[in-house]
Design a protein around this ligand. Structure first.
Ligand SMILES: Nc1ncnc2c1ncn2[C@@H]1O[C@H](COP(=O)(O)OP(=O)(O)OP(=O)(O)O)[C@@H](O)[C@H]1O
Ligand SMILES: [Mg+2]
Length: 527
């Protein structure tokens, strides 16, 4: 069966090579990396995951044999992306009929057609990666994995031994990172000690160590994450780059840790991020659980951050208190009513309030919804469906992890990594809490860890939930109290404004009196 199909494939490929359109397509035609006008004709296949395709087989549309012989074949070949993969019709035939001479490859230019690579080299323009999380990158990754899958589909029987892929021609990296153009090893830059003054180690994770550093030039503090192991050229290179790609795309939201730059140094990956001065949520709850009010704030902020990530077509897949960071800002409190939350700043003598902002960090597991490459996050926060490799509702996996994080923040204690308790939680039985949360809040959190992902709320539904909108549930007395406080604050500001105006007037009058004795021209401006 395989031999039959192999010879069929040879025939098709020979037919393609002999065809005028194909042979005469110049190098210009070969630079089609991002153009995919014809790709959809052939193999629109379901979303992929690196582990398993958990999709209905009926969704797999492989080309019908009759379609294989339509003319001209160039269009079809282009749709297969055979030009930019090592499996061109030519190499397939060469591989099948004897020893081959591998095409010269240049890592910096990745898998660009040779002519295009030469054009780049002539202009001395180094190649750049295509971020797989940008719209263009998502399209490219999706189409590349489609064409690779279509090559692997039984219709084409591109299988060993006859069409065996040469390891150097078709590495895992190329299959999984079609957007990668620059090898980390070739972009090592010694920046860390030149540009930053290392202050202290602020955290350590599986991937790397995070240092608090001051930039020598701008004087600002940053969190710099260095991979523990050298990643360039290793299996971890993809993970390291993934985090950089995700940060670069998601780095502009108030509830996602901001990204500044990334580089490779000593073959280690280094990422310069916003420094969150309140540390991680895990460190905070290790001291004491969050109050109900603080829990609400945390849920609002993290749901905002997740809503943004999901709206960009991405999922985090490693939400947990250790990956949520806190930024603390001191805000001067003009409200005179002492509710016990303010503190006195001894240097300024002013009352201030601390405002906490929760931010989602550690984007190492981020993947796109359109072409998911799922690397499971921490098993304590993992929903059952991900363990079963069902990736149909990935955004709800983030919601589940957020629900369990909320329970941990409310004082549930450490969550189980496995065993009967692990399963009980995934059957919808949350762990016991030392504090009583309002019915609404508990209902919301329970819905977030519902065993059925479809029944879990979306981030928008979470944000609109009455438990997180205390304004809707405030009593008339609460609202009157708040109104009076605002009135008082307003009166104080009006008084301060009047005093300032008086002060300016007095200064102007006294300078006019002094100026009378001096014989010089005076220009005045009226506002
Ligand atoms: N931007 C930041 N501001 C403040 N602290 C940070 C920041 N980034 C990381 N940290 C600290 O460093 C720890 C490890 O960081 P991070 O989670 O990014 O590393 P990791 O190696 O990817 O972790 P993991 O084991 O989850 O894969 C965090 O839990 C936190 O305490
Ligand atoms: Mg982490």
């Amino acid at each position: 069966m395989s031999t039959n199909n192999d010879s069929k494939m040879e025939e098709i490929c020979k037919d393609m090579l002999e065809h005028d359109d194909f042979n005469s397509s110049g190098c210009g035609d070969m630079s089609f990396e991002l153009s995919g006008d014809n790709a959809d004709d052939l193999s629109p296949s379901p979303q992929t995951s690196r582990k398993k395709f958990n999709r209905d087989d009926s969704n797999f549309r492989t080309p019908a044999p009759t379609k294989l012989s339509f003319s001209p074949p160039y269009k079809r070949v282009r749709a297969l992306r055979l030009f930019d993969s090592p499996l061109t019709p030519k190499t397939i035939i060469q591989n099948s009929s004897g020893p081959t001479t591998p095409l010269p490859r240049n890592r910096l230019f990745g898998d660009k057609p040779k002519a295009v690579a030469c054009a780049y080299a002539e202009k001395e323009k180094p190649a750049a990666n295509v971020n797989p999380f940008t719209p263009d990158g998502q399209l490219l990754s999706k189409k590349r994995s489609r064409s690779i899958r279509s090559l692997e589909s039984p219709k084409f029987i591109v299988r060993p031994p006859k069409f065996e892929l040469n390891e150097s021609d078709m590495s895992d990296q190329e299959v999984e990172q079609p957007t990668k153009r620059v090898a980390l090893q070739e972009s090592n830059i010694p920046r860390y000690h030149r540009e930053f003054l290392e202050l202290e180690l602020i955290g350590k994770g599986q991937f790397g160590s995070v240092f608090k550093c001051v930039n020598r030039l701008d004087g600002c503090t940053y969190a710099i994450k260095k991979s523990t192991k050298p990643v360039a050229g290793s299996a971890f290179e993809k993970t390291a780059l993934n985090e950089v790609y995700a940060h670069a795309v998601l780095g502009k939201h108030q509830h996602v840790v901001r990204y500044y730059s990334a580089w490779a140094e000593d073959n280690h990956m280094i990422i310069q991020n916003e420094y969150c001065n309140g540390g991680s949520l895990a460190d905070k709850i290790a001291k004491e659980p969050l109050s109900a009010a603080e829990l609400r704030r945390m849920l609002l902020h993290v749901a905002e951050g997740l809503r943004y990530i999901h709206s960009e077509g991405l999922v985090h897949l490693d939400i947990k208190p250790a990956n949520i960071f806190i930024s603390i800002e001191k805000k001067v409190n003009l409200n005179t009513a002492d509710d016990g939350f303010e503190e006195l700043d001894s240097s300024t003598g002013q009352m201030y309030e601390e405002e906490l902002t929760y931010k989602i960090g550690d984007l190492g597991h981020v993947t796109s919804l359109s072409n998911p490459q799922v690397e499971e996050g921490d098993c304590r926060y993992l929903p059952n469906e991900i363990l079963q490799e069902d990736y149909c509702h990935l955004t709800k996996a983030d919601v589940f992890a957020m629900g369990l994080s909320a329970l941990e923040c409310a004082g549930s204690g450490p969550l189980p990594k496995n065993g009967p308790q692990w399963h009980a939680i995934r059957r919808g039985h949350p762990p016991l809490l030392p504090q009583i949360l309002t019915k609404d809040l508990m209902e919301l959190i329970k819905s977030m860890i519902h065993p059925d992902p479809i029944k879990r709320p979306s981030t928008i539904q979470i944000l609109q939930h009455r438990a997180l909108n205390p304004d809707c549930t405030k009593s008339k007395a609460d609202l009157t109290r708040e109104l009076n406080a605002e009135k008082l604050r307003n009166e104080m500001l009006v008084k301060q404004l009047k005093e300032a105006a008086m002060c300016i007037k007095t200064i102007q009058n006294s300078s006019r009196l002094i100026g009378k004795k001096v014989n010089r021209s005076v220009s005045t401006t009226t506002f």
